[in-house]
Design a binder for this molecule. Structure first.
Ligand code: F6R
Length: 609
């Protein structure tokens, strides 16, 4: 959510900063800006409402040059998306500053700074930090000491990078509650909110810890810990990703990432030669914690929450393991009573989602026997702070709508079901069958991808619609929820999901010939029940689009369009049906002409509350 890139080098950095912003743009794209210090110690500033391409255009028309600079792409929280509210914020023509996060006490600080004679040019919370830093610098402090004094006044979450014309070779940074990483170069150093922004210039990174301050110059990196003491932080070398963050031959990241699923799923499944799942897939210390698990509490947001809902069916049905699932934004503020022996499981593609992270950080002493995170980003905050970690191997997910991250989370969750199920009497034969089903998954997803032209054809029916209903039963209810979320977030069609049995308790009133109804209808124990629910829709004139395998026995008839799904083992059906629904929302959005990869108002990695 928002992206920061900064550089202190001996070469011109504007193109490095712009490339970094392009790579981070999926995190926020309301406005973008860049500040450079030139050889004459002047502060040069471009800020533009809209996408990074607007900033690039400004730089092309009026090129600024400098070896020290900061840049930002914004997802608006305080203050509308506008040129004035975009970062960097300037103070006294000497300080420029970019900020991710939310400063909760900004109103009080603004009043105090206005009282001290500072004029505000924006409606943002972030501008107060620029003025605070300026005030400390004017008092004669060094850049690092001034930043330390400034952040001591802040309440809330921040990742900050700032430059000062009187320290023209340096960039100062700070983090608390929002990620910031140092990119280590040769004769140049960088800061960014995500290492992805800097992969073009380095593969060596230092992940800052909460409360850290950092000062970089072309040849030095100085870190202070939360108490202001010099701190050593280890360097991590990041291997080249199997999947690049480039678009290649695809038109959009979303469709590229949908098509990457067979490989991503295969890479995520870690199984032993005897077709079992080892406890160590969840970390070296996993067995000791897993042995004590009596019940599981899953916490996540959005699409990751849907993965948790699917997992509850697996854990209870296949592993006999009680499981609760809750959205993190509710869980974190609720007075809770946990059962003894509860494992806290967090699911998060980014590993940085503020609410999910808060659920981990705010747990009370002894509330859980341990924590496990399923994440796609190594070294993310959740990964660093959880007892156990499972990294999905989806590769970078750039499309804001989550696709391959979701399906790889499901693989991880079925693996978790197996290792916990083994402790509750799951036989080796059953385990082998489940692993076999997971091994067959990439092929079945490949087959599902071949439905792309048929789904594209069907998607036309949704273009004139303003609403859609998604129905499923049992484990396919969360899949219907995921289908509805995908459709609404990228095509802006209002879509709701219901467990089909709930229809007659209210939502059936919405059904008429204008309401497309998507049914997730594989042949399973609940199919006959679902069929009666769908009859209720048909008899009210609703237009049904049924995703079903041949055994389900649906046929095209007036009012029913059937999308024939590949036959596959029952346990992996939720994943296969998800892929078909991803394709549906992609094609609807494409035809509606929305920005598929960067839907309005959204951003990847929600690091604010
Ligand atoms: C929807 C989507 C979001 C995320 C949610 C949680 O397509 O991507 O709903 O799933 O913001 O993000 P993570 O998984 O990074 O915690």
């Amino acid at each position: 959510m928002c992206g920061i890139v900064a550089a202190a080098a001996r070469r011109e950095v504007s193109e490095i900063l712009l490339e970094g912003l392009r790579r981070l743009e999926y995190r926020g794209y309301d406005s973008a800006g860049m500040a450079l210090i030139d050889n004459d110690r002047h502060l040069l500033l471009h800020k533009k409402k809209g996408k990074v391409s607007e900033l690039e255009r400004a730089q092309a028309l009026d090129p600024y040059h400098g070896c020290t600079g900061i840049a930002h792409t914004r997802w608006a929280t305080h203050g509308e998306p506008s040129g004035a509210n975009s970062h960097p914020h300037i103070s006294g023509q000497r300080v420029a500053l970019v900020h991710n996060g939310i400063i909760e006490n900004h109103s009080a600080l603004r009043a105090e700074l206005q009282g001290a004679g500072y004029d505000f040019a924006s409606a943002t919370d972030s501008e107060v930090v620029a003025h605070l830093l300026h005030r400390e610098l004017e008092a004669g402090r060094s850049l690092l000491e001034a930043m330390r004094a400034a952040v001591a006044r802040l309440e809330g979450a921040y990742a900050i990078a700032a430059v000062d014309t009187q320290h023209p070779e340096e960039v100062v940074g700070a983090r608390e509650g929002s990620p910031l990483v140092v990119g280590v170069g040769i004769g140049e150093n960088f800061l960014a909110s995500d290492q992805l922004a800097l992969r073009q210039v380095t593969d060596r990174f230092i992940y800052l810890e909460e409360g850290d301050l950092v000062l970089i110059s072309p040849s030095t990196i100085q870190i202070l810990d939360v108490d202001g003491r010099p701190a050593e932080r280890s360097k991590t070398r990041i291997e080249a990703a199997v999947e690049s963050a480039e678009l290649g031959d695809f038109d959009h990241y979303m469709i590229k990432e949908i098509y990457e699923q067979p490989r991503a799923l295969a890479a995520t499944l870690l199984c032993e030669p005897d077709h079992s799942i080892s406890d160590t897939a969840f970390g070296e210390r996993a067995a000791a914690i897993l042995d004590r698990v009596q019940t599981v509490q899953i916490v996540a947001c959005g699409t990751s929450y849907h993965a948790g809902m699917v997992a509850r069916y697996w854990l209870e049905e296949l592993a006999g393991m009680p499981c609760e699932v809750e959205v993190a934004s509710e869980f974190r503020y609720r007075k809770r009573v946990q059962h003894e022996g509860t494992l806290l499981v967090m699911i998060s593609q980014s590993g940085e989602t503020a609410d999910t992270l808060a659920a981990l950080r705010n747990r009370s002493e002894g509330e859980f026997i341990g924590s496990l995170v399923i994440a796609n980003v190594d070294n993310s905050s959740l990964v660093r702070e959880s007892d156990l970690v499972f990294l999905t191997r989806a590769g970078p997910e750039i499309g804001v709508a989550s696709t391959k991250a979701f399906t790889t989370q499901l693989v991880a969750l079925l693996m978790l079901t197996i290792v916990l199920g083994r402790r509750r009497g799951m036989t080796a034969e059953r385990e082998r069958a489940l692993v076999g089903a997971l091994q067959s998954l990439p092929d079945h997803v490949q087959e599902t991808l071949m439905m792309d032209p048929a789904i594209e054809e069907l998607s036309g029916a949704f273009i004139p619609k303003r609403h859609a209903l998604f129905l499923g039963r049992g484990i396919h209810y969360p899949i219907a929820m995921e289908g509805a979320l995908k459709l609404k977030e990228i095509s802006y069609i209002h879509a709701e999901a219901y467990p089909a049995g709930e229809l007659k308790h209210g939502p059936l009133a919405l059904v008429d010939e204008d309401m497309p109804v998507v049914a997730v209808a594989p042949s399973d124990d609940l199919l006959e029940k679902l069929k009666s629910n769908l009859e209720e829709v048909r008899s009210r004139g609703g237009q049904l689009f049924v995703f079903a395998d041949i055994q389900s026995g649906f046929a095209n008839e007036p009012g029913i369009t059937v999308l024939p799904m590949p036959h596959c083992p029952e346990v992996i059906k939720p994943i296969i049906y998800t892929v078909a629904l991803q394709l549906l929302s992609y094609h609807v959005a494409l035809q509606k002409g929305t920005d598929v990869d960067k839907p309005r108002n959204l951003a990847k990695s929600v690091t604010v509350e």
